[in-house]
Ligand binder design. Structure first.
Ligand SMILES: [Zn+2]
Length: 353
């Protein structure tokens, strides 16, 4: 049965660790427990039925955010790719954000999950289930020693790139309108990273990879293809979104896509303006379901990392999303799949049971 806070929404992407890192690191953890000015914390998660998801560890580029927002609100834009970040600079930031994740667990705010079964248990108990995810592999060395150690610490998902270049591959720039085909594919290091992730049971996230990199993963990965937070290019022709051809490959691999709430990837016109009705999200969901099937679509909010529709600015508003899906004619079984069942299915296939 669906009501206002169930089924729990388990979500493909959030950036709350970056926000807490910027707000003072470990000293800011307490605000996650008591309530903070942002999209995700414990009180809003409980109020809205946010069950958890992929908690991204991300090394920010020194970008001028005002400039980025200004540019991306225009009818067309093409932001330059930020400079690559060296391992020496990335590693301490990844350690600091991962430390916040484990601090949140110590405070009882969430549970860091290493298996699909642990996620199921957490959801059943009403605990936030968190996956340790790295968005952009700058902190991974070419010999993959850091990958081995981070896996032991709980890392279960990684994006080889954010929207910039790494030793593993190339990210798409923030560009509208644009195809995702913006350059070269994975490097040899990138192919080795995919292979080792397959062996260890670390999910490889395709969001932010350019199209050539996407096809390299599609050719070499032995696991379902997953884009944690991307939308339909047929509706919003942004470089960050997936073409119908890419969706067909994801379907073929039995993978999935998490619907990104970021308005720039939702709106037909690609502009970063927040007056987006929930109907626009349903338009993407309909398209994704049509091309992927009901078992291969979920959510990937980008909460605390993106400008999102004004009706949905925090976890506390998630009941409105459930309500909109019901009104749109989705039945309880489909809503449960979109909310968390599909993520569990894909993670079991990727990690093993
Ligand atoms: Zn992202």
């Amino acid at each position: 049965m669906t009501d206002s806070v169930t089924p729990a929404i388990f979500d493909g992407h959030n950036d709350v660790l970056l926000k807490l890192h910027r707000a003072g690191g470990l000293t800011a953890s307490e605000s996650f427990v008591t309530g903070r000015d942002g999209a995700i914390d414990l009180p809003t998660a409980q109020a809205g039925g946010f069950g958890g998801g992929f908690f991204a560890v991300y090394v920010p580029s020194p970008v001028d955010l005002d400039f980025k927002f200004e540019e991306m609100s225009k009818p067309r834009y093409d932001l330059p790719l930020p400079e690559p970040i060296d391992w020496e600079d990335a590693f301490p930031v990844v350690m600091a954000q991962a430390a916040i994740l484990f601090d949140l667990e110590k405070r009882g705010a969430l549970t860091v999950c290493r298996t699909a079964h642990e996620i199921e248990s957490a959801l059943a108990d009403g605990r936030i289930a968190a996956i340790f995810h790295i968005e952009g592999a700058e902190a991974i060395d070419p010999d993959l020693h850091t990958l081995e150690v981070l896996y032991q610490a709980g890392l279960r998902s990684i994006g080889p790139v954010w929207s910039r270049e790494t030793i593993f591959g190339h990210g798409v720039p923030f560009r509208y309108p644009s195809a995702p085909d913006t350059g070269d594919g994975l490097t040899d290091h990138g192919l080795r990273l995919v292979k080792r992730c397959n062996e260890l049971g670390i999910m490889v996230d395709l969001s932010h990879l350019n199209e050539a990199g996407f096809w390299d993963v599609a050719r070499h990965s032995t696991k379902p293809l997953v884009a944690t937070h991307s939308n339909a290019h047929a509706i919003c022709p942004h470089s960050r979104n997936l073409t119908d051809k890419q969706l067909a490959a994801i379907r073929e691999s039995d993978g999935m896509v998490g619907l990104n709430f970021a308005v720039a990837f939702l709106r037909d016109d690609g502009r970063m303006l927040a007056d987006v009705p929930l109907a626009q999200m349903l338009k993407h969901l309909d398209h994704l379901i049509e091309h992927l099937g009901e078992d291969r679509v979920g959510f990937g909010s980008d909460y605390d990392g993106a400008v999102v529709p004004e009706e949905l600015t925090s976890c506390a508003a998630l009941p409105q999303l459930r309500q909109a899906m019901t009104k749109h004619g989705y039945d309880d079984a489909l809503i449960t799949k979109l909310c968390h069942k599909n993520w569990l299915r894909v993670l079991k296939k990727t990690w093993g049971t």
